[in-house]
Design a protein around this ligand. Structure first.
Ligand SMILES: Cc1cc2nc3c(=O)[nH]c(=O)nc-3n(C[C@H](O)[C@H](O)[C@H](O)COP(=O)(O)OP(=O)(O)OC[C@H]3O[C@@H](n4cnc5c(N)ncnc54)[C@H](O)[C@@H]3O)c2cc1C
Length: 321
């Protein structure tokens, strides 16, 4: 008989996958539920993590042949690291499945089953119930759509756009990530696009964000044509290697950052439901902070307290009177 504590993690983004990994590594019998596919949303369409240090007066990389008026360096290959969000999320889950027996279920969670103030599992669309000793909700910008949570705190979605370009000469592009202040030639507000050459030979460019309604199904998220056009213009102005035609535009996409009203993630037990935990609201830092969030949740749920991170300031209770 399996005597391990049964935990259900809802949401197959970076936060849910990290929680599933660390909980199963620490001894939980783990089921992960995702409504669409693993890393289908922000966790598969984000940029990458960076650990910056500031330095002035850099020499510009040669492929950066557009009009640059000023520049500074915030890191080197010694002080920064790059993570491909989708590969990282999928690889971590593969390891959790192979090493710790995590089960993955594709289905939409409709509600948390609660008996006498304690979570006992989740109800899926279609009527199936998955029983558990503890439930983790890592639903990103869909958090407020779940009955009950929506009335407790608001997690809004900031829609961000990105394109992935395959230059004809990838070897000409050095691994310099660019954080731009871009002034459109026709006037208008300066933009803050980011450009990330990837070890795969692709160049990822993101920016153009605005608050917007999150559709129920992640597959229904479509990018705004004007935002994609603006990102292609940025690419063409940054480098002649990135002009459409000279380079193949491999992906045009959008996704939603999960944001809270006070700008801090929400991590901890839901105030009036014992054994029901929430982890979301990481905004533009979910890839960087996902592993620490997962490790802290595993301790909180299985040991009763987190030691790797002080979760006090992230408690969901701060939104309740
Ligand atoms: C353009 C851009 C650049 C970024 N750059 C960086 C960066 O450089 N560094 C960094 O650290 N972070 C970055 N981020 C932020 C990062 O991507 C997010 O913080 C992170 O992906 C959020 O992860 P999540 O798991 O909370 O949410 P998501 O990735 O949105 O995952 C939530 C999952 O829950 C599922 N789900 C929702 N409701 C249900 C339900 N009812 N039943 C079952 N499943 C459900 C969804 O389908 C989805 O798969 C960037 C984001 C964007 C958009």
């Amino acid at each position: 008989m399996d005597t391990r504590p049964k935990v259900v993690v809802c949401g197959g983004g970076i936060i849910g996958v990290c929680a599933a990994y660390f909980l199963s590594e620490k001894g939980a019998s783990l089921t992960l539920i995702e409504q669409s596919s693993i890393a289908c949303a922000a966790s598969g369409k984000a940029a990458e993590t960076k650990l910056p240090k500031y330095r002035g007066n850099p020499k510009l990389p040669s492929w950066l042949d557009g009009p640059v008026s000023r520049s500074t360096t915030i890191g080197t290959t010694q002080t920064t690291a790059q993570v491909h969000p989708q590969l990282f999320t999928k690889t971590l889950l593969k390891k959790a499945v192979e090493d710790y027996g995590v089960k993955v279920v594709i289905g939409r969670v409709e509600k948390v089953e609660v008996v006498e103030g304690r979570a006992t599992g989740v109800l899926l669309e279609g009527g199936d119930v998955i029983e558990a000793d503890a439930v983790v909700l890592a639903l990103g910008p869909w958090t407020s759509k779940l009955r009950h949570l929506g009335s407790m705190f608001r997690v809004s979605g900031l829609k961000a756009h990105s394109i992935v370009i395959e230059p004809k000469e990838p070897e000409a592009i050095t691994p310099h990530a660019l954080f731009l202040s871009y002034i459109p030639s026709g006037g208008g507000q300066p933009l803050d696009p980011e450009v990330y050459p990837r070890p795969t030979g692709e160049v990822y460019i993101c920016g153009m964000s605005a608050e917007s309604e999150v559709p129920d199904d992640p597959e229904q998220i479509v990018p705004a044509a004007s935002s994609i056009k603006a990102l292609k213009r940025v690419a063409a102005n940054v480098s002649s290697h990135l002009i459409e035609g000279e380079a193949n535009v491999k992906a045009e996409q959008a996704c939603f950052l999960p944001c809270t009203n006070d700008g801090k993630p929400i991590i901890g037990e839901v105030p009036d439901v014992k054994a029901c935990y929430i982890a979301t609201g990481h905004s533009c830092w979910g890839i960087l902070n996902g592993p620490a969030t997962g490790a802290a949740l595993a301790e909180l749920i299985l040991d009763g307290q987190a030691s790797v991170v002080d979760l006090t300031q992230f408690t969901p209770a701060r939104f309740v009177n």
